[in-house]
Design a protein around this ligand. Structure first.
Ligand code: SAM
Length: 322
């Protein structure tokens, strides 16, 4: 097991199945151009082999499939069929929910029980302004069907000053009524936002501000969360839970256990570092050759983690997934 001086190890793997996305969210893709899959994207088989090798080499226990938008990828079914046989403790998926209704049977067949659905507003017009793709009704319907099928749903919202702060309470109440757990994600200094501090600061909404806003409407209490959880969790008595991923206000680098594999075969040990390590070529090799090389790269990737706090990074979420 590879462990660093702060006692951190890789436990959670996020695989970006594709960089392609059917949205072009303002804070993720500033030029508004929808991303397509990279020409050198790995096959579903190679990516699933990557997961299997990383389970052995790094001690990965939990997998989250992300993107880009994983549900637009033609690799989804094959990838899921493979990784669902690897004995992982948990497989979950992060999606914008646009194709959820259609892909639900595939997810169910693979035994996926937990979904994170990104949704920044309940207002159809504001939705079009932020996501620049898809439509609100499909997302809501997808979540409802997934929930009825017994899946546990968390909703991810990035609060943005000037764009969706008026939606914090409508979205929270909508989620509480349906038993979805809303998680607010503080805006992160990634990609263009790492370079343009003004734009970041203009849009950024802090944990304190959010809690004040919610506190005007609901009483809440802090709830327990696992040690390496990124979200602070709160309980609204009699109604449910919400969370805040407060990467700026309460950094969680000290306990970070995440490793990321991009759709083109790069390992990222930290969202805040532009270092990445190519493993695409190793995934075609047999296990006895791949594992020792992979171990060396994992040591480097673990060394890329920040000691205390996320300081911003040139890498964009659209490439390596949230
Ligand atoms: N397409 C999928 C989706 O929409 O959930 C998965 C990929 S998306 C990049 C994953 C998450 O990252 C989304 O919840 C999105 O809101 C979040 N995200 C992207 N850029 C961000 C940023 N700069 N700060 C905070 N969250 C960000």
């Amino acid at each position: 097991m590879i462990v660093d001086r702060q006692g951190r190890r890789f436990r959670n793997l996020r695989v970006s199945l594709t960089a392609a996305c059917n949205y072009a969210c303002t804070y993720c893709v500033p030029d508004g151009k929808r991303l397509v899959a990279a020409q050198d994207e790995l096959s579903a088989e190679a990516m699933a082999r990557g997961v299997a090798y990383l389970i052995e080499a790094a001690g990965i226990e939990r997998l989250r499939i992300t993107g880009g938008e994983p549900l637009v990828s033609p690799k989804l079914e094959t990838f899921l069929a493979s990784v669902s046989t690897l004995g992982l403790d948990d497989i979950s998926l992060t999606t914008n929910g646009q194709l959820l209704s259609r892909k639900l049977p595939v997810l169910q067949a693979a035994g996926i029980r937990r979904l994170n659905v990104s949704l920044d507003t309940m207002d159809a017009e504001a939705f079009r302004g932020i996501a620049r793709g898809g439509d609100l009704r499909s997302v809501l319907m997808g979540m409802e069907q997934a929930s009825q099928a017994g899946m546990k749903i968390k909703v991810n919202m990035v609060p943005l000053r000037g764009q969706n702060l008026d939606q914090v309470m409508p979205l929270l109440d909508y989620c509480l009524e349906r038993g979805y757990e809303l998680r607010f994600i503080e805006l992160m200094r990634m990609g263009h936002l790492a370079r343009d501090s003004n734009s970041f600061l203009q849009q950024f909404v802090s944990l304190d501000e959010l809690l004040r806003l919610i506190g005007d409407h609901h009483e809440y209490l802090q709830a327990d969360a696992p040690v390496d959880a990124t979200a602070l969790r709160y309980r609204i008595p009699g109604k449910g839970f919400f969370g805040v991923i407060a990467n700026e206000s309460v950094p969680f680098c000290r306990t970070c256990s995440r490793l990321r594999l991009s759709s083109t075969g790069w390992l990222h040990g930290c969202l805040s570092s532009s270092n990445r390590h190519y493993v695409g070529d190793l995934l075609d090799k047999p296990r006895h050759q791949a594992l020792p090389a992979l171990q060396g790269l994992l040591v480097k990737a673990l060394g890329d983690k920040q000691a205390v706090a996320f300081s911003g990074g040139a890498t964009v979420m659209k490439i390596i997934g949230g």
